[in-house]
Design a protein around this ligand. Sequence first.
Ligand SMILES: [Zn+2]
Length: 93
Amino acid sequence: MSRLLFWIALACLVVAAVRSKLRQAAKRHQQMEQPEQREQIRPQPNRARAEAAANAETMLCCAHCGVYFPASENVPAGGRDYCSAAHAQLSPQ
Ligand SMILES: [Zn+2]
């Protein structure tokens, strides 16, 4: 009797494994069918990257708190870069 239960349990596991594999394959198939839709949603990646690079600003690291901030907001003091006048007055850590 226990042998029969073992074979039934094994059959159930095999069926579950095959089903999950089929589901994965179906998902992959769907993803392969839809790349055109994704391209329509996203703008051209090269153009977006070029725009981002053009808009990018150099980032500096504050000598006191370590925060990165735009170079246009830099408060230089003693040859170091600070994110604010308050941190420029405090000693670097
Ligand atoms: Zn700071």
